[in-house]
Write a protein that binds this ligand. Sequence first.
Ligand SMILES: [Zn+2]
Ligand SMILES: [Zn+2]
Length: 305
Amino acid sequence: MPVRRAIAAVSIMTVVCLVSFVYSYSKGAVKDYYSTGPGEMGPTVLEPGKMTVEVDYQPGYAPHDDALVQFKSRAENYSGRSVELLKTETAIPTMQNVTIENVVSYEKEFRRSPPVDGDRVSIYVIYVGGKFSENSDVLAATYLSLSIVVFKSEIVRYAPQGGMCDDIMIVNECKVERSALVHEFGHVLGLVGLVYASPADHEDPQHPSHCTNESCVMHHSIDVYKGGIPRPPPYAFDRDCLDDLNIIRASSYGKYYLKDQRFDAVVVIIAAAGVSGIAAVVLWDRRRRKASTIPQVLSGPATPP
Ligand SMILES: [Zn+2]
Ligand SMILES: [Zn+2]
């Protein structure tokens, strides 16, 4: 069984993204949800249906309500699904350094909504305090195909606490958190280049799975203090990323049987897909990615003003 480890993350100030791809492509096979990687369920999420966003948070690290509402609206817009938000304070213990293994184990313990249930998909978002063990400047990361971790203490360390997303204040907690959520949702959908090959030359070779456009929310960093002049963080996909969503929609990733051990059910996501030109592109892309499986850690200025 091939081992996959894929993390797609967003950070600010520092340029950090840890991406390692060894896809185990198992079309038609039964697959454990906890072995799926970022982007793999993108084609499924982009199909018609409903979506739950289950937010579980550690006491003291609650999500910003307006950021969540704004994220919901974006998620509905980009996926075409109606979104139901579930928000629960959860008994997640205090952690200094948070590993992916930690969040996966809490997801297994606390997730209530099955990843896929009929035409409903469920994105799991876990809010924690502490720093990401693999890089302390990371704000959020997508660690499974439908699972996101938000390092809430890092968001409020970086951005002035409180405020609303339409405030006149250029940078605040709400705006940064909204951007982090939309960015990670982009990885859930498959951006950039996670499950397809983009015809547009917009994937940053220095930061795989991110967009080269600084004005796009899929840029690898949210550098709102660049040059010492604050600017609002982007929270929308640019044209190239939007165009890519149409390619992802047609791709054959996610078209396998998903077995969720916790819910002890085999869920048919989509009937076995036939071989198509898109599938060939995806397979080619997968081979291309295998050549660059070394995680990258790049650092830059780390202290916000
Ligand atoms: Zn990212
Ligand atoms: Zn983009």
